[in-house]
Design a protein around this ligand. Structure first.
Ligand code: GCB
Length: 601
């Protein structure tokens, strides 16, 4: 893909941000949960979808058929099949599905009392990876990408009694997918986040964006968008605690931009102040708790509310603590982010895909800055337009969902992708798109570095020119020599920009004690952290770090019996919740940095 195609896509996709249906975080809307038990059918050969000539079968499993006579042959029956819990991945719910990658059909029956004049939508928090959705035998649509929400309107299809919702979820990996075939995390499949029915008025507030205007601490700006027949309306924006009540008009397309001055207490990790914000039209009202803060990059500094900040971070996978599988509820978020707080963090990198909404909402409440990213990871098909569109849509959906979260300070477009022309055009396109959709966040990517001589690490990835903040992963002392190697390493960059060391670390099995040269031991990991931290202290342009990683997580690449057992053991905390020695090394360091009110290490 050349640069101009990328630019075109970027523009189209940021525009499509405004066109998508009901992407607003619906937390405050009236909704009916469809969570709980769903019947399921495992379909490795996709017989429920294709006929024996591999043509889509018009009478697939989505018809949820029952024999109408005693001679009729129907070779499946959802109601006699087992159940899975939604939200939840299938791999951790059934032993026989642990390694399963392929199609599973889900079915939920429900009744629904429709209110006259209302519009009804189905909202999926996420389905990994490809979802085909059918209501009462009719196809509603499909969605690709495992970590972002999607909605379908069901106003005309939903009935009062005996609805059946069937979803074909397929998590087969593929080369052109985002992520692609190869990752270092478990490919948890299924309806991994909540499913809800949401009712809105006939003309409804489809979405809104409200933040401090870029570069200002006293001006709020944003937009709101109506969908429906009555597009020209009065809109009010209310922030009662700040005594703000403003009135605007939407244009003929239902769109209103607004800007007004406000004297707000600013959100920060030390004081995560949130305001109740209500946006009302003549036909609809939505409310959210929202914080206001500025985030900027100036030369090598990161400025939060105008002041230099050092990001005491940790990387986190969306892995359920104290049990296995995908994290998917408020309690998981409290545990994971609570551990980050205990470590002394003011920052988390939510790797390597958009995490569930509880995480960013909880980060808003607890006071943690967030790096949020899309799964453009390792070896994406840079030349494939459909891969680009897929990544672009995931980026649009991530931004659409979390653009009002004060915690989210960074949008990241990629992780450890190999330098090259098509990759640069691809990622540049995504950066332009992110900038057009949201100019208030800093853009970044986790890049690689290279040696210019035996002791000099250089960050000069051409992508660095287009991001606001350099992200960099390094594994000196683990994949690259022994921990002492870090002692002699100097870091350089060709860019006058701040650096976040977005990964470093090494594996340790909790409870395995030995000397500091014995790999896999807690002592080795502890030793590695000590040497890393003293190296990081010497990087003049370093403004933050998010070591790899908070908690051990499942990965099919990690095979070593007795040690890894399909888990990446780089966690500072084991999957059972036990803190390893390195946790306390980092905790001590973060407390020193915090006490010294340092904006650099
Ligand atoms: C990396 C990747 C991360 C892996 C980690 C590791 O560089 O970004 O996804 O899990 O290394 O443990 O090797």
């Amino acid at each position: 893909m050349n640069y101009f195609t990328a630019l075109l896509f970027a523009t189209l996709f940021s525009a499509s941000l405004f066109a998508q249906d009901l992407l607003t975080n619906p937390a405050q809307r009236q909704s009916t949960s469809l969570d709980g038990s769903w019947n399921f059918i495992v379909d490795p050969y996709e017989n429920g979808y294709y006929d024996y000539r591999w043509q889509p079968n018009p009478n697939g499993f989505f018809k949820n058929e029952k024999p109408k006579s005693k001679s009729e042959r129907i070779e499946y029956d959802f109601d006699k099949s087992e159940v899975l819990n939604v939200p939840g991945d299938w791999n951790s719910q059934k032993k026989e599905l642990f390694f399963y990658e392929g199609t599973i059909w889900y079915k939920k029956s429900f009744d629904f009392q429709k209110n006259v004049g209302k519009r009804v939508f189905l909202r999926f928090g996420a389905a990994n990876y490809r979802a085909l959705v059918y209501l009462n035998g009719e196809k509603l649509g499909e969605h690709v990408g495992g970590f972002t929400p999607f909605t379908f309107e069901i106003t005309d299809l939903v009935k009062e009694k005996d609805n059946f919702l069937v979803v074909k979820v397929d998590n087969k990996r593929c080369a052109e997918c985002v992520p692609t075939l190869n990752t270092d995390w478990w490919n948890y499949g299924g309806l991994t986040r909540s499913v809800k029915i949401i009712e809105t008025p006939g003309t409804f507030i489809n979405d809104f964006f409200i933040q401090l205007k870029k570069g200002s601490m006293h001006e709020v700006s944003g937009w709101t968008k109506l969908i429906g027949r009555q597009l020209k309306q009065h809109i009010t924006v209310d922030i009662p605690l700040a005594r703000i009540h403003r009135r605007f008009e939407t244009d003929a397309n239902g769109f209103a931009h607004f800007t007004f001055s406000a004297d707000l207490a600013l959100w920060s990790p030390d004081d995560p102040k949130l305001y109740d914000v209500t946006i009302a039209s003549e036909t609809d009202t939505v409310s959210e708790r929202i914080g206001f803060r500025t985030i900027e990059a100036k030369e090598t500094q990161i400025l939060l509310n105008g002041r230099p900040v050092f990001l005491r971070g940790i990387s986190v996978h969306e892995e359920a603590p104290l049990r296995s599988g995908r994290a998917n509820n408020a309690e998981d978020a409290l545990t994971l982010l609570g551990w980050a707080k205990e470590l002394g963090c003011n920052f988390v990198r939510l790797a390597h895909y958009p995490h569930n909404e509880f995480m960013t909402e909880e980060a808003d409440r607890m006071g943690l800055l967030v790096w949020s990213e899309i799964p453009v990871y390792w070896t994406i098909q840079w030349d494939n337009d459909s891969t680009y569109r897929n990544a672009s849509r995931q980026l649009a959906e991530m931004i659409a969902r979390d653009k009002n979260r004060a915690s989210v300070a960074f949008w990241s477009v990629s992780n450890e992708t190999p330098i090259g022309e098509p990759r640069l055009a691809f990622l540049k396109g995504l950066l332009i798109q992110a900038r057009l959709a949201d100019s208030t966040r800093l853009l970044t990517a986790a890049m690689e570095r290279h040696y210019t001589d035996a002791t000099t690490q250089m960050i000069d990835d051409p992508l660095g020119e287009f991001v606001d903040v350099l992200g960099c992963n390094e594994y000196i002392g683990w994949y690259d020599g022994l921990p002492e190697k870090a002692d002699n390493i100097k870091w350089k960059t060709v860019y006058n920009k701040p650096l976040i060391m977005s990964e470093f670390g090494g594996d340790a099995l909790y409870g395995f004690h030995a000397d500091s040269l014995t790999i896999w031991s807690e002592e080795f990991q502890e030793h590695l952290y000590k040497h890393q931290l003293s190296m990081l202290r010497r990087i003049p342009f370093l403004r933050g770090m998010s070591p790899w990683i908070l908690m051990d997580f499942r990965s099919p690449r990690r095979q070593l019996p007795g040690i890894q057992d399909f888990r990446n053991r780089k966690g500072l905390i084991s999957n059972e919740g036990n803190k390893k020695k390195a946790f306390f090394v980092l905790q001590k360091y973060y407390s020193e940095v915090k006490q010294a009110k340092q904006s650099r290490p």
